[in-house]
Design a protein around this ligand. Structure first.
Ligand code: SF4
Length: 529
């Protein structure tokens, strides 16, 4: 239950740090939208904001949208921060700025839970999920809001059941400024892929909210103005298949009740392709994208990383099956594996062509704390955690320069405009054509909504179709979509394609990190002051 019975009110400033420029946040697509400035509302901080005692005023700042100002810090009595490893430098910077106002600063979330020693300056470390540590933190701040003499580490031993989670405080976020909405149904994953920290951090037996909670959250997201695409941030949407089957009919009902104006997306293991009963319901619930950690098309590599479940159906067949239910597959790919050979890059490029997946997040292997990979490499003396000149903390078996140049080659090939738009063309003609046909909801025919679409079209036509250096390729694709009256396919594909093309050019020119988790922090990442 929400923390109650605390009479002293404290003003809490929740600050979400900026992201380092990265492939997965789609920042180059933002200028083509009608004002998007950030990726997704952060679940963790908004959940904590909702969990605080009802009489505690909360201010939420996402520094991807605007920096916390001196006035914000002056207003606050304590500051809460949360984020991932990639935001480490920015989190430490927020702490420094808050301390300039003599405020106590608490940090929670996945990064500090895995690596408390990354955050020596914070006053309170909240390690683990929402639970007794959270109640302890609230009680301590209620008693005394000033900075403790030494750092206090609070570890959750007794986690709050997800069925008792409050609805995240979406009302505090400027939802219209996010590319996607976010929602969480479950936490944890039953598998144990060698490189992944999810089972170590959140357990192998997925914890769940109820379908009723999810429907209430979707209603709230809608009330708060988030109507486009909502992403289930669950580590694996089918981590508990029965739970997915319990939830899906509720999502279908919700879509029917609200006129199918929201698109849904999630992350799931590729063996979802073996579950037509789940795919069918996902189609009816208007899931349009599934992120699958395919990692590599090489069966030996999958076996070595303990991801055998990706081989339960032949990979290309699995992708084709998911596409047949109207869902585009987004694929995670890892390079720099111990099983990689000099010919791995070419095999990967063949896979990109054959799978026709437009969006693949191609990363160099990074060893995360709390993973079997970390333990193995540590034993083998192959962890290079202090070398900031590298894009990975793993000593690869192949020479580092060879791995990085293979990665650049793959980025350049995969996101060459003509090739990319060919793959989008296929998605429009095959995958998107398999989606549920629903009448256009009255809400979508309103002037503000039409105006948004017109603004995006204007931006795309001007910035890509007139000023862009790949405009010929773009127009070939765009005119085809216009002839079919497919404005949604045109806007969605062109926006994401633009990000991929621009990012990949920077990457193949050596101006972007080869890993989303890289400790090498680019200048662009430094603080939002
Ligand atoms: S299936 Fe995905 S979430 Fe689960 S352990 Fe593997 S990589 Fe992690």
């Amino acid at each position: 239950m929400r923390s109650e019975g605390i009479e002293t009110a404290r003003r809490i400033l929740c600050v979400f740090p900026r992201y380092t420029s990265s492939f997965g946040t789609f920042e180059y697509a933002y200028p083509l939208t009608d004002g998007v400035q950030a990726f997704m509302p952060p679940q963790g901080l908004l959940l904590i904001a909702a969990y605080l005692p009802a009489n505690w005023p909360v201010r939420f700042i996402d520094e991807n949208i605007r920096p916390a100002t001196p006035e914000d810090f002056e207003w606050a009595e304590a500051v809460f921060v949360s984020g991932m490893h990639i935001q480490r430098q920015q989190m430490n910077d927020i702490c420094r700025r808050a301390h300039a106002f003599d405020l106590a600063v608490a940090i929670g979330g996945p990064s500090v839970s895995a690596c408390p020693d990354y955050y020596p300056s914070f006053d309170y470390l909240h390690v683990g999920e929402l639970g007794d540590a959270t109640n302890d933190l609230i009680a301590r701040l209620a008693r005394n809001q000033s900075r403790p003499e030494a750092q206090v580490v609070l570890k959750t031993a007794d986690r709050l059941s997800m069925t008792e989670f409050p609805i995240p405080a979406y009302e505090l976020a400027e939802t219209r400024k996010y590319l996607l909405g976010s929602i969480q149904y479950s936490s944890g994953c039953p598998y144990q892929c060698e490189f992944c920290d999810i089972p170590g951090l959140y357990g192998r037996n997925p914890r769940l909210k109820t379908p009723q909670q999810i429907v209430a959250e979707l209603d709230k997201l809608r009330e708060c103005g988030m109507t486009d695409t909502v992403y289930f941030v669950d580590d694996n949407f089918i981590g508990n298949r029965k739970a997915a089957l319990d939830l899906l009919p509720h999502l279908v009902e919700w879509q029917k009740r609200t006129g199918y104006i929201t698109r849904l997306a999630c992350e799931a293991t590729l063996n979802i392709a073996k579950r037509p009963e789940i795919l069918q319901l996902m189609r009816e619930a208007m899931f349009v994208t599934v992120f699958c950690g395919i990692e590599t098309p090489d069966p030996d590599a999958l076996k070595a990383m303990h991801k055998d479940h990706n081989m339960m159906v032949p990979i290309l067949e699995g992708i084709h099956t998911i596409n047949a239910y109207g869902m585009e597959v987004v694929s995670g790919i890892i390079m720099g594996l111990d099983t990689d050979k000099p010919e791995t890059a070419d095999a990967l490029l063949g896979f990109v062509e054959e799978s026709r997946i437009p969006l693949l997040t191609i990363n160099l292997l990074q060893a995360l704390p709390k993973t079997p990979l970390w333990d193995r490499l540590e034993k083998e003396g192959r962890l290079l955690n202090d070398d900031e000149s590298r894009d990975s903390n793993v000593a690869f078996l192949l020479p580092y320069d060879e791995v990085v140049s293979s990665w650049r080659k793959c980025m350049e090939f995969a996101y060459e405009p003509a090739r990319l738009f060919e793959r989008y063309q296929y998605q429009c003609e095959y995958t998107y054509a398999n989606r549920l046909k629903v009448p256009v909801a009255p809400e979508l025919k309103t002037w503000p909504n039409i105006r948004r679409a017109l603004i995006m079209l204007r931006n795309i036509f001007w910035k890509v179709g007139v000023l862009g250096d790949y405009r010929k390729v773009f127009w070939k694709f765009a005119l085809g979509r216009l002839r079919h009256g497919d404005i949604e396919g045109l806007i969605g594909s062109a926006m994401i394609a633009h990000h991929l093309i621009v990012f990949a050019r920077a990457a193949s020119g050596g101006q972007q990190n080869a890993s989303n988790y890289s400790i090498r922090l680019r200048e662009a990442s430094v603080p939002a002051e």
